[in-house]
Ligand binder design. Structure first.
Ligand SMILES: [Zn+2]
Length: 435
C-alpha cells in the first residue's frame, strides 16, 4: 500500500468519526419536536399575558412562538386553561443536605450517601418547576465536590434533576460561619480542614481554596463573609473576612470568568463585599442605607432567602442559635422590606435545605408577602436569576432559548401561590411532569 493510500484511509476514518459525532450530537434526549398549546403565556420581561399561544420546541430549544408552519412530526401537548412560564431558577440551594439541623448529617454521612441524598433533593426540586439551581456550598466535609457530580449526572441523564451550577465548598475563616468543626462543637478530626474544604485564612489560602474549587468543577465561588445565626460562635452577623481577602477571591475567580456569592448578614461585611465586587449578597439581613446605595451603584444582586424567616424550625437546635434568631429575624424583615422598596436587584434563592427541598417556591410567595409585586417576584426567579448566573440561554420564553418551561393553573400575577403547585415541567425539551 502506498503511503498516500494510508493517508486516504486515515482521513476517511476521521470523516466517518466526525459524521458520527455530528449525528449523535444532533439527536440528544429531548430531540422530539413538540407543539405546546396553552391558554396563557407570561412574558416575564414585560408582564404581558398573551392568550391562546402555541410554542414550538425543536431539539430542546424554543424554535417558534405562534408558528405559521408546524412540522408534520410535531407532537401536540395541550395545556389548556394554564399559564406557561419559563422554568424557575433557585439561586441558593444546598442539595447535599436536608433539614436546617444538618449537624448529624455532617458527622454521620459520607460523600456517597450525601450524593444519593442530593439526587433525591434534586429530583423533587425539578418536579417543583425549578429547571436550574445554583448549589451554594456543600456542607459535608469531603474533598469530593458532590454537587459537581450531581450536575454532571443531571447533564448525562443519569438522574432526574435541574441543571446545577455549583460552588463546591464555601470559603470560610477558621472557626467561621461555614467551618463544619464549629457546627459540631469542634469534633476532633474535623479540625484539620484546609483550603480544599473551603477553610482558608489570608490571601494565599483564599486563593488556594478558590483554585481548588474551580479545578474540581465549581462554576461559582461562595464565601462566608460574615457570621450568621447557625453557628455556636460569638458575634451576630459580624464581619469575618477582610475586604482584602474578599477582593483577592473576586479577582482570582474573575480570571476564570467566575462570579462570587457572599454570605453576608451584617452591614459592615455586606458593604466590604459589595465594594470588593461580589456578584450577590446572600441573605443581606442587616442592610444599611450605605449597603443599598452601594448595591444599586455596583449592580450587586440581593438573594434574600426570605422564607427562612417564617419557616425555619429551631426545635432541635442549640438555645444559642434560637437566641440569635430572635435578635436577627425582626431586623431581617425590615432590611428586606427596605431593599425591595429601594429597587436593589433581587434574585430568588430559597436556601433549601433550610426549608424542605421541593418547597423552593415558598420563597417567591414570601417575597410577595414582604411587599414585592408578583411580577417582580417571578422576575427574581426567572430572568434576574438567569442574569446573576450569567446564563442568557434561559429565564424567558423566547425563540432560541432552552426549552425549560413550566405551567401553572390560573394566573400567577393574580395569585402568586399558584407557583406552589407547578403542573407542567419541561427541561431541554423533555417533559418531566404533565397535567
Ligand atoms: Zn445557604
Amino acid at each position: 500500500m502506498m503511503p498516500n493510500e494510508n493517508m486516504f484511509w486515515a482521513r476517511a476514518r476521521l470523516r466517518i468519526l466526525l459524521l458520527g459525532l455530528l449525528f449523535s450530537q444532533s439527536l440528544p434526549l429531548g430531540a422530539e419536536t413538540l407543539l405546546l398549546t396553552s391558554d396563557r403565556l407570561l412574558d416575564v420581561s414585560t408582564g404581558r399575558m398573551s392568550q391562546n399561544v402555541q410554542v414550538l420546541v425543536v431539539d430542546g430549544k424554543i424554535a417558534s412562538i405562534n408558528p405559521d408552519l408546524v412540522p408534520a412530526e410535531a407532537r401536540l401537548i395541550e395545556l389548556g386553561d394554564r399559564t406557561l412560564l419559563p422554568g424557575l431558577i433557585d439561586s441558593h440551594v444546598h442539595l447535599t443536605s436536608s433539614g436546617a439541623n444538618f449537624r448529624a448529617q455532617i458527622l454521620t454521612e459520607n460523600a456517597a450517601e450525601a450524593a444519593l441524598r442530593g439526587a433525591q433533593s434534586a429530583q423533587v426540586t425539578l418536579m417543583a418547576g425549578f429547571t436550574t439551581v445554583r448549589d451554594l456550598a456543600q456542607l459535608i466535609p469531603s474533598s469530593t465536590l458532590i454537587a459537581v457530580a450531581l450536575g454532571d449526572a443531571s447533564n448525562k441523564g443519569w438522574i432526574v434533576a435541574p441543571r446545577i451550577i455549583t460552588a463546591g465548598h464555601a470559603l470560610s475563616i477558621t472557626g467561621g460561619q461555614i467551618d463544619p468543626s464549629m457546627w459540631v462543637a469542634s469534633a476532633e478530626g474535623l479540625l484539620e480542614l484546609g483550603p480544599a474544604y473551603g477553610i482558608a485564612d489570608g490571601i494565599d489560602e483564599v486563593i488556594k481554596a478558590t483554585r481548588y474549587q474551580i479545578k474540581h468543577g465549581a462554576r461559582v465561588i461562595k464565601m462566608a463573609v460574615t457570621a450568621g445565626i447557625m453557628m455556636q460562635q460569638e458575634g451576630v452577623a459580624a464581619q469575618q473576612y477582610s475586604e482584602a481577602e474578599i477582593r483577592a477571591v473576586v479577582e482570582e475567580a474573575g480570571r476564570h470568568g467566575i462570579r462570587v456569592a457572599a454570605h453576608a448578614m451584617g452591614a459592615k461585611g455586606i458593604n466590604a463585599a459589595v465594594r470588593a465586587g461580589v456578584a450577590s449578597i446572600e441573605h443581606g439581613w442587616m442592610l444599611d442605607n450605605e449597603s443599598i446605595r452601594l448595591m444599586k451603584k455596583n449592580g450587586t444582586y440581593l438573594v434574600p432567602t426570605t422564607s427562612m424567616l417564617s419557616r425555619i424550625s429551631f426545635d432541635n437546635m442549640p438555645a444559642s442559635v434560637r437566641a440569635k434568631a430572635e435578635v436577627v429575624f425582626p431586623l431581617a424583615k425590615q432590611s428586606l422590606i427596605n431593599a425591595f422598596r429601594s429597587g436593589v436587584k433581587v434574585a430568588m434563592g430559597s436556601d433549601a435545605s433550610m426549608i424542605p427541598h421541593g418547597e423552593n417556591a415558598t420563597e417567591i410567595v414570601a417575597m410577595v408577602d414582604l411587599g414585592m409585586a408578583p411580577l417582580q417576584a417571578i422576575q427574581a426567579a426567572t430572568l434576574n436569576a438567569a442574569d446573576l448566573l450569567g446564563k442568557s440561554d434561559r429565564g424567558r420564553v423566547e425563540v432560541g432559548l432552552l426549552a425549560d418551561l413550566t405551567a401553572v393553573d390560573g394566573n400567577p400575577l393574580e395569585d402568586i401561590t399558584t407557583l406552589l403547585d407547578v403542573v407542567f415541567v419541561m427541561k431541554g425539551g423533555e417533559i418531566y411532569k404533565q397535567p
